[in-house]
Design a binder for this molecule. Sequence first.
Ligand SMILES: Nc1nc2c(c(=O)[nH]1)N(C=O)[C@@H](CNc1ccc(C(=O)N[C@@H](CCC(=O)O)C(=O)O)cc1)CN2
Ligand SMILES: Nc1ncnc2c1ncn2[C@@H]1O[C@H](COP(=O)(O)OP(=O)(O)OP(=O)(O)O)[C@@H](O)[C@H]1O
Length: 201
Amino acid sequence: MSVDDEKAYLRRRLKQARISLTETERHVSELRICQSVECMGLSSLSGSDSPADIVICMYAATQGEVDISRVFPLFRANGLRIAFPLVTREGHMDMVEVHSLDDLSPGRYGILEPSRDAPRIWPQDVTMIFVPGVAFTASGFRLGYGGGYYDRYLKRVRPTATTVGVGFRFQVQGELPVGAYDVPLRYVITEQGVLDCKTEI
Ligand SMILES: Nc1nc2c(c(=O)[nH]1)N(C=O)[C@@H](CNc1ccc(C(=O)N[C@@H](CCC(=O)O)C(=O)O)cc1)CN2
Ligand SMILES: Nc1ncnc2c1ncn2[C@@H]1O[C@H](COP(=O)(O)OP(=O)(O)OP(=O)(O)O)[C@@H](O)[C@H]1O
């Protein structure tokens, strides 16, 4: 199988598995995952930055991705700045600050997005970014929908930004086809806990 065929096969299989979860399975896993997302996000408050200087990038779940939006109110209550992806053109996205989930409306690919007119976050200001995906490895490699959006975006954030993949445990694969553009993530959160990708092989 060619690398592209292998990626296409994995995307099909894992997207199917994601939407096949029962409502209860999804609910239980999402609650556990959100606890880790909460801890990880709030850990950014223990550094020297004031909360207003901390920018956390979230995402609006689509196609059965883990929905982490329930942590939004807690992050906001702690004064953190939250941003969501906005597709700007094919293969490219920016992050836009969001004050309320009501600021989001359906955009490209039907995903909830912030307004095109709202100010963009400077990628160098990103403190932490939660990254959805179709598949991950314990070493932090990630397979997305194939648009290269996160691959390109992760190259623009500051090197000290904490990059965190979010998925269900079955999305963690032993190996994935790795491309030259792939930027490995620092952590991967699943319902079984947090994988520290620096210590995983
Ligand atoms: N929740 C979420 N938001 C995100 C991403 C993501 O992966 N998840 N992105 C990260 O990339 C960007 C959007 N990228 C996407 C790229 C392709 C498809 C998609 O559904 N592609 C179709 C085929 C193309 C089409 O419908 O035009 C498919 O997969 O079948 C969705 C999102 C920005 N926002
Ligand atoms: N930094 C980059 N500059 C130019 N092209 C890139 C870059 N990153 C990725 N690409 C291209 O984008 C396409 C998709 O890459 P890949 O299959 O790794 O996407 P993905 O990680 O599955 O998708 P996404 O990041 O949108 O979820 C590939 O053809 C790749 O060559």
